[in-house]
Design a protein around this ligand. Sequence first.
Ligand code: NAP
Length: 274
Amino acid sequence: MTGSNKGIGYAIVRGLCKQFKGDVVLTARNEDLGKKAVQSLNEEGLSPKFHQLDITDQASIGRFGDFIKNTYGGIDVLVNNAGIAYKNDSTAPFGEQAEVTIKTNYFGTLAISNALFPLLRPHARVVNVSSMSSSFAIRKCSPEIQAKFMNPNITEEELTHLLNDFIQAAKNGDHEKKGYPNSAYGMSKVGVTVLSQIQHRQLSADPREDIILNACCPGYVDTDMSSHKGPKTIDEGADTPIYLALLPEGVKTPAGDFVAGRKAHKWNEYQYTP
Ligand code: NAP
């Protein structure tokens, strides 16, 4: 579980501790915050393990990968939940917001996936926590840009190139002229949703049996990220990610889907209803 010292990630750990037959590792980039989170789950009678993990730090990713390999030899469930969002009233330049947000939400998710996918066991489940913001953002792209992101054969290199192009345009101040929307977070989550489809294709072709990856939207949730404006509790937000993390062996769907409210949706057409 990435980014699980608070918010939806914390609630996913809580739910998995109750339902998953095996160790659940709560990770946090800040060790003190992570250990405090473990302590508060201990007070509920739950016993997650802890390991430090910053998904933007290659050394931290390496240490976490070694810990998993040496302690468990493999991994049954990976939930890529860690993410950031600038506040709407942030005064940081838009180019900086684009670069920093995509560095964590897209490049961080890609980096931890690349490190841990070799450790996935047969029947493993991977859940990428994306957002309805990816649906809003893709619809605001020009038809030309939409077509590039929606190409069913898009490669990881092409996706990375497109997101870097968005960052460069955001820095130059001409991203809207080039057909991109004015949302750094939205574009970072377009990255996560499209990356999930690419990763699904890769894992479907993998010789290891029955590994399923889905992207999801947790809904609009009462967390620090939403400035506590979301109506859902963190446990309600954790429901779909936990459902996907625990998909039973041999299920055929959802797989490679964008899932919200436990249902698969066409991500570019998805309309969020609370
Ligand atoms: P949150 O309360 O702000 O929690 C985000 C978590 O990610 C925190 O634990 C944070 O750690 C961690 N994190 C950030 N950068 C990290 C990094 N580089 N390495 C490791 N961990 C990192 O937000 P949330 O609302 O629970 O969001 C969880 C996920 O749901 C995110 O992917 C978000 O985009 C998505 N989402 C949320 C909503 C919503 O309404 N809240 C809606 C749609 C999607 P720190 O405590 O150190 O910052």
